[in-house]
Write a protein that binds this ligand. Structure first.
Ligand code: SF4
Length: 394
């Protein structure tokens, strides 16, 4: 890290600055309350925002009228069960299945020949390899020459790396992609509308994901926010970033402003990364896609298109990608957790049957999963310390 970056990083974690902005948040919330706005619900759509919220105790700094909830922001958590089941089947049939570590223990709803995850498939002799990058899988598959599949899970942030390798012709023909690539704005819309449809406290503002927005820009959030008549702020990931974003959202609510603002100006622009978006458009097609826990969402996924369909594992192996049954594990509240309708601690299995070392549901697997974050950092510890230090009553 360069000295300037180090200075910025420590500034964005400064307790004094956090204290000042937290006081501003309290003042704005009190103005809203005086105008009759009793509750404000702000939803994030990125596992890293939830991590910052929990790790730094941001919830403990909020006035009682401001609620921070986590929406669908973890790509592993929403990967359909059929995707995992197909990967297990292929691995047990001897095809080399490459995966990132965070999907290795991702549980399927249905056991496949006794295995519920790729970890269990490997324990049974299945051919599973954990890799750190798609390029590692490309190199390994080329060297081995064996039939291989890469479990390509992710949001808009991940898609450009696949698109770049494919468009350059770097991917050997023996390596196929089992894709579960998803687009976040349609899922955010789905989750926000779900709270209204269920007659619950509606979402008042969007904390838009910083990483995804480095690719897509703030413009899709602006469109969504204007459609739903809400404010949205594309936020960075340090605690001060998040507090500033919350204060901007409250100011926008006070002013009756809808549309998007960018807090994360050091990396996000209005129109995003033109080259990455062009590559995605060349290699993938936008399709209606299934999200585990959320169901089918229109125009919310990416599938290989045109000449790149030759790399589609679903086509190459005749795999099914339609979710035809209930996609939730018995007793697991992940569908509600993913939609921001329940907290992990409201799941009776949380930290009893389901723990980070032995996850039962998908939200406990990845470091971006809400249950995994709450299990590792929720309550006590740093959260209480930060709240005590800030002495918000002053
Ligand atoms: S604690 Fe486990 S079982 Fe409960 S909702 Fe979270 S992931 Fe699912």
């Amino acid at each position: 890290m360069q000295p300037a970056e180090r200075d910025l990083s420590s500034l964005l974690r400064s307790e004094e600055l956090a204290q000042r902005i937290a006081k501003l948040v309290h003042r704005l919330a009190s103005e809203l309350a005086q105008r009759g706005r009793k509750t404000v619900k702000l939803m994030n759509f990125c596992g890293t925002h939830e991590w910052t919220t929990v790790h730094y105790g941001i919830r403990s700094l909020m006035p009682p009228t401001v609620e921070l909830v986590a929406g669908p922001g973890c790509p592993v958590c929403i990967t359909p069960s059929y995707c995992v089941e197909n990967a297990i089947e292929l691995a047990l049939d001897g095809v080399t299945v490459y995966t990132f570590g965070d999907a290795y223990k991702l549980p399927a709803v249905r056991r496949v020949r006794g295995a519920r995850s790729l970890a269990e498939a490997k324990a049974q002799g299945g051919n599973v390899k954990v890799v750190y990058s798609f390029l590692d899988a490309v190199k390994h598959a080329r060297a081995s020459g064996r039939e291989s599949v890469f479990l390509a899970i992710g949001f808009e942030t991940t898609a450009p790396s696949y698109a770049l390798s494919l468009s350059r012709g770097d991917v050997p023909s023996n390596l196929k992609l089992l894709t579960a690539l998803r687009l976040t704005p349609p899922a955010a819309r789905h989750a926000i509308l779900a709270t209204i449809e269920r007659g619950l406290e509606p979402v008042s503002g969007i904390i838009a994901p910083g990483h995804v927005s480095t690719i897509v820009g703030a413009e899709p959030w602006d469109r969504l926010a204007k459609e739903l008549k809400l404010p949205a702020v594309v936020s960075g990931f340090e605690p001060v970033d998040l507090l500033v974003s919350i204060s901007i959202l409250l100011e926008m609510i006070l002013g009756g402003v809808s549309g998007a603002r960018i807090e994360y100006t050091r990396l996000v622009t209005w129109n995003g990364n033109a080259l990455a978006k062009k590559l995605i458009g060349e290699v993938f097609e936008t399709v209606d896609s299934h999200w585990r826990g959320l169901g089918l969402i229109a125009a919310s996924g990416l599938e290989l298109g045109g000449p790149y369909k030759a790399y589609d594992a679903y086509d190459a192996y005749g795999l099914k990608k339609v979710e035809e049954r209930e996609d939730s594990l018995s007793g697991c509240k992940c569908p509600e957790v993913i939609m921001g309708l329940a907290k992990p601690i409201e799941c009776p299995l949380f930290m009893k049957v389901c723990t980070p070392s032995k996850p039962y549901g998908p939200c406990m697997v990845s470091s971006e999963g809400t249950c995994a974050i709450w299990a590792r950092f929720g309550g006590g510890g740093l959260a209480d310390k930060v709240a005590a230090t800030l002495e918000l009553g002053g």
